[in-house]
Design a protein around this ligand. Structure first.
Ligand code: GAL
Ligand code: ZN
Length: 664
């Protein structure tokens, strides 16, 4: 459990730095991230570097016994660089150039900007690689933030054509992969292909999916430029700070070039901007939705199957959401232990001191504008004083042993960015969203205290270190797994044959890798499961319907896959709505030592909880009856409501967290 803070010495008079550093140290802070927006101070004019102030900041922090995480400053290119190279500016889908004046004003594929990034990063790496204070690097800041993953500039247009050529070799192959026979889209050469999303109406979903992949590759390639530049001088860990459930680039690809992945945790801002209904936003107004935060932790821990970092932890109110409430007293402590309990190794607060000017002047820090402690300062101090007693989780060992996984995280949920994009491109029902579908399975498990791993689907078909296996999981859930291929179907079938249980959720196997419809759904698995989705029902928000499952009635909304089980599957539930004509909603088929299940309806929370609870208990997995708003985070128990609660023999004060006695 390491504590950190994000600090901008460049914003404050130098006479204050030593005091700040001393105070950080006393608070228990060990790592300080600096530098990530300071390009115009590091290089005030083309080619003239000013390292003097940054040297002094490094030395000051070092003298106080603090380690430095140095952020590369490429999120904020100086004005002179933009004026020299206006072609680096990104272009929106509307064709408008997105200009200077905030941040992230660059196209990831612009060759000049890549060279300039290599130059500034190399200069920093050369200068600071051997500074004794340096402990890690952060590349750039929040790739894709402010909608910058996808760009419609001339460079992107021509590189997209090259990318397509590499992927398809011949234009005939592209025409076939995209089914361009529809609406007279047939291309005669790659040079005829435009960037999508600029058409009169919806452009071809296969074209869009490839554009999303291409844009994601642009981010990954850009990051690699920085990693390569750093690696020439330093072998300290390289990380990047990503954003929770941010969907626009494939994080599985990004992390292959990083030593550790970090994300920035803003529970209140993220809840406010999420699609949760108003009653949930009110319920968790001052502490955020516990499961939204935990799911992000599980996602990042799963990307590399290693402990992750929180690079920026919300300290008080933020400035960027539609509404920016104050966190509850205790929330910062709660979020910190939640992070550690879900597998984080570092929690670093954003920011040390509130900025008195510019865009973020309404954002809280550990210190207030005037430099006196704010609430979060006190809570960070409490975390520091308690962490020795709270320590003792074995996340690292757990992640390295399949047997330990089975013991502690019996359930895996598959996650995949191609599936996310495919759902986004054609949701077919207003309420249908990838994360919403995933959350429908994740939340009930959290309510029952069951630890979950999010496993990148893509890794299942990779070899060597990048690959992952499902061995050890008692139950694997695949929500909104639209895209299936033959190799994936084989891995899943082998897992089931060997005794695994696999639940395929709505829309499973509906699409091919190029976003065409599979002739049969779920793709290559339908013969083995003995069932096929024959029709689909996309419902408007507010409409709910039921299915009958033996003696139970379950409720669903948004989506129903109508299943024909005549291939040999056993029907476990059927739709009640006359429009569905008695079709199956939920079926099972044993295979080898294990079992497949296919669930076509997006069940509501109580229904899904009941389904999972019965199944887990049949499989011998322990579930807990936790009170509303109480969650287990590995070795801790936390209360997300503003009233005292008791659970598992512990008394939990409002927004309190205690070390769980697992021996009970
Ligand atoms: C993050 C960003 C920080 C700061 C913060 C404010 O997204 O990385 O630089 O803007 O939000 O909450
Ligand atoms: Zn571009």
């Amino acid at each position: 459990m390491t504590l950190g803070v994000c600090y901008y010495p460049d914003h404050w008079p130098r006479e204050r730095w030593a005091q700040d550093a001393k105070q950080m140290k006393e608070l228990g802070i060990e790592r300080v991230r600096i530098g990530e927006f300071a390009w115009s101070l590091i290089e005030p004019e083309p080619g003239r570097y000013d390292f003097e102030w940054l040297d002094a900041a490094f030395d000051t922090l070092h003298d106080a016994g603090l380690g430095v995480i140095l952020g590369t400053p490429t999120s904020t290119a100086p004005k002179w660089l933009v004026d020299q190279n206006p072609g680096m500016l990104p272009v929106g889908a509307d064709g408008r150039v997105r200009g200077f004046g905030s941040r992230k004003h660059y196209c990831h594929r612009n060759a000049t900007y890549r060279q300039e990034s290599d130059r500034i990063v190399s200069a920093l790496a050369e200068r600071y690689a051997s500074h004794p204070a340096l402990v890690a690097w952060q590349t750039d800041n929040e790739y894709g933030c402010h909608d910058t993953t996808r760009c419609w500039c001339d460079t992107c247009r021509s590189e997209f054509r090259t990318w397509l050529k590499d992927r398809y070799q011949t234009v005939d192959a592209l025409n076939e992969a995209w089914w361009t026979v529809f609406w007279s889209q047939t291309y005669r050469s790659f040079d005829e292909v435009e960037l999508p999303e600029q058409g009169v109406t919806e452009t071809n979903p296969s074209h869009r999916l490839d554009f999303y992949r291409f844009a994601s590759d642009g981010v990954v390639g850009y990051n690699r430029v920085q990693v390569d530049a750093i690696r020439k001088h330093s072998d300290l860990p390289i990380t990047h700070n990503s954003m929770g459930l941010f969907p626009d680039y494939d994080h599985v690809d990004l992390v292959d070039d990083l030593d550790v992945i970090a994300w920035d945790n803003y529970p209140l801002g993220n809840l406010e901007e999420s699609p949760f209904p108003d009653d949930i936003k009110q319920k968790y107004l001052r502490v955020g939705h516990p499961d939204l935060v935990s799911m992000s932790h599980d996602l990042y821990r799963g990307l590399k199957n290693l402990p992750h970092w929180i690079m920026e932890q919300q300290p008080g109110q933020v400035n960027w959401a539609s509404n920016n409430p104050l966190p509850a007293e205790g929330a910062v402590r709660l979020w910190s232990f939640q992070a550690f309990g879900q597998g984080a190794e570092m929690v670093s607060y954003f920011r040390w001191r509130a900025a008195v000017g510019a865009q973020e002047l309404m954002h809280a820090g550990l210190l207030k504008h005037d430099g006196t402690p704010d609430q979060a300062f006190k809570e960070a101090g409490i975390v520091n004083s308690e962490r020795a007693a709270f320590d003792g989780d074995t996340v690292r060992e757990r992640l390295s042993s399949a047997a330990a996984v089975q013991e502690d995280a019996p359930v895996a949920i598959l996650v995949d960015y191609d599936d996310m994009w495919s759902s986004q491109i054609q949701p077919h029902a207003q309420g249908f969203g990838y994360w919403t579908a995933m959350f429908g399975l994740y939340e009930p498990l959290q309510e029952m205290g069951v630890r979950v791993d999010l496993v990148p689907k893509k890794r299942l078909t990779m070899d060597g270190d990048r690959g992952r296996s499902l061995d050890g999981y008692k139950l694997v859930l695949a929500p909104a797994m639209q895209i299936t291929t033959e190799p994936l179907a084989k891995v899943l079938t082998d897992y089931v044959a060997g005794g695994g249980r696999l639940l395929l959720g709505a829309r499973a196997g509906s699409k091919t890798a190029s976003n065409l419809a599979h002739m049969q759904q779920p793709g290559h698995l339908s013969d083995t499961i003995g069932a096929q989705v024959v029709r689909v029902d996309g419902l408007r928000p507010g409409v709910t319907r039921t299915v009958t499952a033996g003696s139970q009635t379950w409720t669903y909304a948004t989506w129903g896959d109508l299943i024909d089980a005549s291939g040999g599957a056993q029907v476990l539930a059927t739709y009640d709505d006359p429009a569905c004509q008695g079709s199956a909603a939920y079926v099972a088929r044993s295979h080898g030592q294990g079992e497949f299940r296919l669930l076509g309806a997006l069940l509501d929370l109580p229904s899904m909880r009941s389904l999972l609870k019965d199944w887990l208990n049949d499989l011998g997995v322990r579930t807990w009856d936790l009170p509303d708003g109480v969650r287990r985070h590995g070795p801790y128990l936390a209360n997300y409501l503003g009233e005292t609660q008791s659970a598992l023999g512990h008394t939990l004060p409002p927004f309190g967290v205690v070390k769980l006695d697992l021996g009970e």
